[in-house]
Design a binder for this molecule. Structure first.
Ligand code: SAH
Length: 346
């Protein structure tokens, strides 16, 4: 295991290093459970979302079905099973691409999805019509944190003794935005001392590239992740180790680091690139509109009582507001001519 850096390292570099080490050595799913691991219906519904949205885009073929951060491959295996049953044209037209940096998780994915082509980044995914799905991918991307000090800002670095604050590197590109967000929260021009504003540059870059692709070719993307509806200042960096909250500055590789996704900023990025944006919408109503409870009910019918109860409990966990139904949001970006995709119409 590697320790904390000897010299101050910018928080995003530290977070990237920590997560690369973590995903290379752990099966993260012993530490936390994600929606596709909770219920098979989650992946099934997302697969059908992709198939219906492909229809709304005019059934371009060939078409890429892409997943970013596929974990164990569960979501995609469930999605493809559902698509093969009820959307055979889409199944026949698609080629599967997975964006995954962890060799360990790639091996798990390959066992379940042998037909896939793997990529480290979106850059190498061919430019073509695409449907992209991503659950709990954006929250793993490294963030920067700026701290209000008097009339100026510092940036958080990680040093041998813990957090240190240094002068921000090239904040100027985002200075106006950081300022506005702190002011919105305070309701007056003087931002509160020590207020933290976060910025996830790789998420912005990913969404900007993806939105441009969805505009250039008929395409659409669906993100599910956790974070507030409106950009909110505050420290959302969190760490999980051995299934429990841990110190985010634990030695790199020992904990999974995530931060809230800034959906409003990503929606603005996608709009700037010319994409149509839907959401963010809380996961509960989104999944309910896609038929979470109907599909779960049908599955449960043929099961022994204990298994049926477990399926229903899993659906409730995904959808209930005080569980995963409100904090998690769905955000879609689509080609500008795409009608409202499933789950987003009121
Ligand atoms: N979507 C899965 C896994 C979520 S965990 C699920 O819902 O269960 C985050 C996933 O993103 C893991 O597969 C992790 O290896 C991958 N990942 C994290 N950072 C990444 C990056 N920068 N590029 C590509 N994949 C990344």
């Amino acid at each position: 295991m590697i320790g904390r850096p000897d010299r101050p390292m910018r928080l995003d570099a530290f977070m990237a290093r920590a997560n690369t080490a973590y995903y290379a050595t752990h099966d993260p799913f012993t530490d936390f459970t994600t929606a596709p691991e909770i219920s098979q219906v989650f992946g099934e519904l997302l697969g059908l979302w992709a198939a219906v949205t492909w229809g709304l885009l005019g059934r371009p073929r060939p078409v890429l079905l892409v997943e970013a951060g596929p974990g164990r491959g569960t979501l995609m295996a469930d999605a493809l099973r559902a698509v093969a049953q009820v959307a055979t044209d889409f199944r026949a037209a698609l080629s599967l691409h997975l964006i995954e940096t962890s060799p360990r998780l790639r091996a798990l994915q390959a066992a379940r999805l042998p037909e896939a082509t793997w990529h480290d980044r979106l850059d190498t995914v061919p430019h073509a019509p695409l449907l992209l799905l991503a659950n709990e991918f954006l929250d793993a991307l490294p963030i920067r944190q700026f701290v209000r000090r008097g009339s100026t800002w510092t940036e958080r670095y990680v040093g041998p003794e813990g957090f240190v604050e240094l002068e921000p590197e090239n904040l100027s590109r985002f200075a106006g935005e950081v300022e506005t967000r702190s002011v919105e929260r305070e309701g007056h021009t003087a931002a509160a001392e020590a207020l933290i504003v976060e910025l996830c540059e790789p998420a912005r870059a990913f969404v900007a590239d993806l939105a441009a692709r969805c505009v250039a070719h008929p395409g659409a993307a669906l993100f599910l992740d956790y974070g507030p509806e409106h950009s909110t200042p505050g420290d959302s960096l969190q760490a999980i180790a051995n299934g429990r909250p841990a110190d985010p500055l634990s030695p790199p590789g020992s904990a999974d680091l995530t931060a809230h996704v800034d959906f409003a900023a990503l929606a603005a990025t996608a709009r700037d690139a010319g994409a149509a944006v839907f959401g963010p919408l809380p996961q509960g109503p989104f999944l309910a509109r896609l038929g979470l409870f109907q599909r779960t009910g049908r599955l449960a019918q043929d099961q022994p009582p204990q298994r049926a109860a477990a399926l229903i409990e899993a659906a409730q966990r995904l959808a209930e507001p005080n569980r995963m139904g409100r904090l998690f949001k769905a955000l879609a970006l689509c080609h500008p001519s795409c009608p409202t995709p499933p789950g987003f119409a009121a």
